[in-house]
Design a protein around this ligand. Structure first.
Ligand code: MLT
Length: 210
């Protein structure tokens, strides 16, 4: 049993979306709860706390330096988080197709890694300030999984090339990727919230593609 300290709230309607909230470095399971409320009121939430500590700050996987990831640890942590989502779906009685990851920074990076290695546990994803987490040896099939990447034009941590590389990597696994550019750096803005809210609403009005 893979376990994480977490918050779970079921969706208002049975079968409704469940946002898998993945915080940034130094965050916790409570950080993104207000964001979830803004993005999709009535959605369920599954919000785990990252288990890796960097100088006391929770993260979802180890890094060797800023933007330089410990790939074996990232792979292991991605599988662990995917198992947690799959097991929680079983015990709480929902389908993983209902699950839409919403990740910021380090949380967006593990969500990207899940899309690349374990797309079976996600119905979609919103990635705020995401980088290329890893390049998998073999591509998984994420056919038609809707993904929104919302990145900043002047982010000192994530270059435009990184963003484009992530988008094309995800597209090559079949994901349906939208890239939204915000006039900002690494921090989240109101425009990120508006973009993601509209994207999620549009997606809800269409029947699930997979
Ligand atoms: C990461 O480590 O995932 C990225 O550098 C973003 C961050 O968390 O600072």
């Amino acid at each position: 049993m893979s376990d994480f300290i977490h918050v779970f709230t079921p969706p208002a309607e049975p079968g409704g979306p469940i946002l898998l909230l993945l915080h940034g470095t130094g965050g916790n399971e409570h950080d993104l709860l207000p964001l979830a409320e803004l993005l999709l009121p009535g959605a369920g939430v599954l919000s785990p706390r990252g288990k890796v500590l960097e100088n006391g700050m929770p993260r979802f996987f180890r890094r060797l330096a800023e933007g330089v990831f410990d790939i074996p640890d990232l792979k292991l942590r991605t599988q662990e988080l995917a198992e947690f989502v799959a097991e929680t779906a079983k015990t709480r009685g929902f389908s993983t197709k209902q699950v839409v990851a919403v990740g910021f920074s380090n949380g967006a990076n593990i969500a990207g890694s899940m899309l690349l290695l374990r797309p079976d546990v996600l119905g979609g994803a919103v990635l705020f300030r995401a980088m290329v987490p890893l390049v998998p040896d073999t591509m998984s099939d994420a056919t038609k999984t809707p993904v929104l990447i919302s990145n900043g034009r002047v982010d000192p941590l994530v270059s435009a090339e990184q963003t484009e590389q992530l988008a094309s990597l995800l597209r090559s696994s079949g994901a349906d990727v939208t890239v939204a550019w915000q006039n900002s750096g690494h921090e989240l803005t109101q425009q990120d919230v508006t973009t993601a809210r509209e994207w999620l609403a549009q997606r809800r009005s269409r029947p699930a593609a997979r």
